[in-house]
Structures are given as C-alpha cells and as structure tokens.
Design a protein around this ligand. Structure first.
Ligand SMILES: [Fe+2]
Length: 425
C-alpha cells in the first residue's frame, strides 16, 4: 500500500487504529425519528438570523422549525421547512436537517422546537444579537477529544462545556478550536460528542474550527468530511474550503482557518488560497476587534513541534491587519505569548498580536510540552480540563482562562485605546 504521509502521521494513525472506539451505545443507539444533535450556528447576520440543524433516522422525510418571540412553547407558531440531506457513517445512514430563520427581530429572545410536524423536540430558546452591542462575552474550548481514561467517553468534555455555560449563561456564542473528536470519521465519536454538548449548543451558537483529528479515517487522512457535513456554517471562505469562514458579532470580527496542511497534502497547497482570502477578508473588515481561530498554534508549546509552515503562511497577514488575538489548540497546554510582530516580542498589545494556546476541554493531556521563548504565561493542565471566557468591551478585550471547576488560571487584556491603524503596520 502506498502511503502519502510522513512517518509521524502514519505512526499516529496506527496508534489510533489500535485504540478501541467508544462503544456506540454510550451515546445512544444512533438516530431515531426523534430529533437529536440539535445545533445552533450562524450562516448570516447574528442580529436577524440563526441556523438550526438536527438529525433523525431516515424514516423522517420532512423537517420543520417552529418558532416565536418569547419563551413559551411555540405550539402552532409559524414554521420554516428545513433542507434535508443523508449522512452516512460507519454506523449507518441518518438524515440531517438544517433551516435558517431570517428576518428575525434584533436583540430578541425566541423559543423554538424542531420536528417533522408530528414529533417535536424539547423547546429551546436563542437570542438574536443587538447590532449596537459594544460589550458581550463568548466561550472558547480547546481539544475536546476523547481519551482512554474518559469514563464514559467524552465525560470531561460534557463537564467542561456544561460548567462553562452554567457559569456564563450570558455568553453569546462558543468557539471550538478543533479536535472536537478523536476519530473524525467515526460516528460513535460524534454521537458521544453531540450527546455531551446537548443543552448548550442548542442554546447558543457554536462556531467551530476543524483539527487534525477531524481528518482521521481508518487508514489515511482526508478532508474533515463528517465535521463539514454536520456543521452548517457561513459559506464565505475560499472556494472548496467550507471549513474556512468569517463572521461578525457586533464589533468583533472572527476568522476561522484550516491549519491541517499535513493531513490534506494530497489535495495540494491548502494554505495559499486561505492566505489570499484572509488578506481580502481582513482588509475589508472595519471591526473594532479581530480574532483568528485555527487548530495548529503558530507559537505552540510541544517540545517536538514547530508549526513553521503555518506560522509563515498566516502570521504576516494576521499581524498586518492588526488581529488582536489568535486562538490555537493542538498542544493541550495553556500558553500566552507577549505581543508578537514579525517573530519579535513587542512591548504593548497595540503593537502586536497575542497568540494563545487554549489548553483542552476534554480528557487528553500531554506531558511533553514546555514554555517557549515568546511565552509570557505557560501552564500544563494535566489534572483538569479548561475553558476560556472572552469579554469584549469598547476599550478592552479581556480573556479569562478557567479550570473546569471555575478556578482562574490566567487572565489578560488587549487594550484598544492606542491600537495603530492597519496601515501603520
Ligand atoms: Fe490536534
């Protein structure tokens, strides 16, 4: 058999092959006629729209979202027909539904439920954005992937995401920085992941990045197919890169990129089209705050890793346009750089970009990580998963990094008062 990947990737894939998958019955027996995997995302303006996706078995031929302002069961309320598509994994074929509600009133709470017209989900609610909002918070999660010590699988992720949301019910959305699951091409992992996140991702939108594990199949690496099929996201990225997109929430511009060149080398250079798109995207943005999200951290902490290819591709453009914070993951450690510009340490946040490695929200930990030259803060969370709370304000954006139990690990702020204009870079 002819392999196209580096020895390191092949060794990793072999090791993963030898690991048992979490049993399917942990997450339920799979899809049923009753909707599950109910997920909120945005594909349009957060002030006036929301996208709702869910899953059933293939006996269900139609899907609807019923919704209305307020917090009452939307019985008899207007309903929108969803688009349906079949979704096949190693566990069989299910049906995915997705509908985008548009022309919603800004800054308003809506109740909703999904179903086929006869069988409905539990009622949930979401809130549209206030277009004039100047301060709000959102959550960030690193690698939630399963680890052998998880019992049951994805329990650490379940606890982290629920603890984070319960402590921050006013969070407007959440970001996942890739490696949501350990085996991206196995249905049982996604079943367990969605079951763990139920109660959160059906209340606030999740805007994820894909990681290397989303590319792992049984013997080779590939596009993050299951990730792409299950998350309905903005289609404003470069052609053929549906896991690359950007969106705005109030004064914040968020760019999500794909750093998995290693796993997708068989498809050619995936970085160049992203860099060209990134330049145009950031150049067009007039947002006060800008963040970027991608899995491989340009300034990571793993003793054997150096993401030179990613750093050289993305960082010059990110820094040129004054991106405030870049959130990376992959190394399962927590690390914050000083403000960085052109690989050098700057004195003020107004002069450079902060690169943050966000730790892990699941059970997998690394011991072979260390603080490196440009890091102002480093912590290896070997005994606790963690999450981030980001408060966006008019003059400052403040990040708090919390243990799963809510204990503060790190905090820092980016000051906007003296931020240079992009053309000053
Ligand atoms: Fe990773």
């Amino acid at each position: 058999m002819k392999y196209r990947h580096s020895p390191a990737v092949l060794v990793l894939l072999l090791a993963l092959t030898l690991l048992p998958a979490p049993p399917a019955d942990v997450a339920g027996s799979g899809a049923t006629p009753v909707p599950d995997h109910i997920t909120l995302t945005w594909t349009g303006d957060p002030a006036t729209s929301i996208t709702i996706s869910w899953r059933t078995d293939t006996s269900v031929t139609a899907g609807f979202v019923q919704y209305q302002p307020g917090n009452a069961i939307p019985h008899g309320a207007p309903q929108v027909k969803a688009e349906a598509r079949d979704f096949s994994t190693d566990l069989g074929t299910s049906r995915l539904f997705s509908a985008t509600l548009v022309n919603l009133a800004p800054n308003r709470q809506y109740s909703y439920r999904v179903g086929d017209g006869n069988r409905w989900s539990e009622m949930r609610s979401f809130s549209t954005a206030d277009p004039k909002i100047r301060s709000f918070k959102f959550l960030v999660f690193g690698d939630s992937q399963w680890h052998l010590n998880d019992n049951p699988p994805y329990l650490p992720w379940r606890n982290t995401v629920h603890n984070a949301y319960n402590a921050n019910p006013d969070a407007r959305f959440m970001i996942n920085v890739g490696d949501l699951v350990d085996w991206g091409q196995r249905g049982a992992h996604w079943n367990a992941w969605f079951a763990a996140a139920k109660g959160v991702i059906d209340r606030i939108p999740i805007m994820p990045a894909s990681g290397n594990h989303e590319s792992y199949g049984s013997r080779d690496t590939m596009r993050p197919k299951f990730w792409t099929e299950q998350f309905t996201l903005p289609r404003n990225g470069p052609d053929g890169h549906s896991n690359v997109y950007s969106f705005d929430y109030g004064p914040l511009h968020v760019v999500v990129l794909d750093s998995q060149q290693e796993e997708q080398k068989q498809y050619g250079d995936i970085l160049k089209p992203q860099v060209e798109w990134l330049e145009a995207d950031l150049k067009a943005s007039k947002a006060t705050w800008k963040i970027a999200v991608f899995h491989r951290p340009p300034y990571g902490v793993h003793i054997k890793r150096n993401e030179k290819e990613i750093r050289e591709a993305f960082c010059p453009v990110l820094e040129k346009y004054g991106v405030d914070i870049v959130f990376g993951a992959h190394d399962h450690g927590i690390a914050r750089t000083y403000p960085v510009r052109n690989g050098a340490r700057m004195q003020r946040t107004s002069e450079g970009t902060i690169y943050y490695v966000v730790g892990h929200s699941g059970g997998k930990v690394y011991k072979d990580i260390e603080k490196k030259e440009l890091h102002a803060f480093f912590h290896n969370p070997v005994d606790h998963p963690n999450y981030l709370v980001v408060n966006v304000g008019e003059k400052q954006m403040t990040v708090r990094v919390m243990k799963q139990d809510g204990t503060l690990i790190d905090t820092f702020s980016v000051d906007k008062k003296k931020r240079s204009r992009p053309t000053d870079y």
